[in-house]
Structures are given as structure tokens and as C-alpha cells.
Ligand binder design. Sequence first.
Ligand SMILES: [Zn+2]
Length: 192
Amino acid sequence: MKVKQMKKYFNIIFIIVLSYFISTGCAFNKTSSPDLLVDNQQIATLLNPETLRSDCDTLLITCIDYRFAVANQGLINETLKLKDNYDHISIPGGIYNLVTPETRELLFSKFALSVKLHLINRVVIISHKDCGAYGGSATFGSEIAENETLCTDLRTARALLIEKYPTLEVNLFLESLAKEGAEVKVHFEKIP
Ligand SMILES: [Zn+2]
């Protein structure tokens, strides 16, 4: 009888100790993770109520390259004054996918959603130098050759878009990184 009782008490103590370690383990995980989504917190971003419409004016097409991401937002939001007024397709190589026949339909199908759902009337295309989709600047052999290829592709993309949607306005930009003292800046060139 005594042995049975001791076993019972041992089992209870074992369960208490085990649950202590499990709970402290969970608590440790919670406090060690700074991830807001893991903690299920809400993140809110303020939008301008005047610009909350079911449509927008412009579609922006860019490469995914992180080096140009902030500058691209600056161009579209500040310089072109299109904040809260554009869709954005970001895909490795940008319009390289439009001028390449094998991937053209993929980009066109995504592009059609922006036209149908948001009734855009303008497309802004930004291509950048040293793009990995082209193999980087080194592939071209010279800066002039890279410039010519990228400008030709931009104009081809514009022609393809206008052929399908004749009323669209299409603006072309070519961007590059330039060292200015200790800083590296992104330069934009508007391509006619
Ligand atoms: Zn790129």
C-alpha cells in the first residue's frame, strides 16, 4: 500500500515538474522572438482617404533588385506624384520578361488584371543597368552596348503594350548606380 501511494505521489510530482518546464519553455520562446506577426500583433498603415478608390491611374513595372527599391518608390511617389495611385508589378528582369517571347504571355496576363480591375491609363517602366536577368553589365562588353540594349528593350516593351492597348501612355526610365564621393546614388534617365 505504501509503495503504491509513493508511486502515485511520484507521478503527480513528475507531472508538475514537466508542466513547469513546458510552460517556461514556451515563455522563453515568446520573449526571445521579436517577430510581430508571431505575436499576432496588428500593424496598421495610414492611407489618404481621398485616394481610396477602386481604380488607379498607373501601373509600374520594375525589376525586383533591392538596390533600386527605395529610389523607385521615390520616383513614383515624389517625382511623378503618383502616391496611392499605382499598381506595381515587380519581377526579376522587369520588362526583359515582356521582350522575351517565352515569358511574354506571363507578364501580359498579370498586366491585363491591372487594366481590367483598376482601369489604368498609364504605364511607367523602369529598367536598370547591371541587371542580373541580362547577366549583369559585364555581359554587354561596354557601357554603350548596355545602354543601347536596355533602351531598345524599353522601346520594344512600349510598342508591345501600345499594340495591345492603344490608348495607354507609356513612360520609360533607365536607372543606374553612380558613386558620388563616399555615397552611391541612383540616377534616372527618361528614355524618349
Ligand atoms: Zn534586375
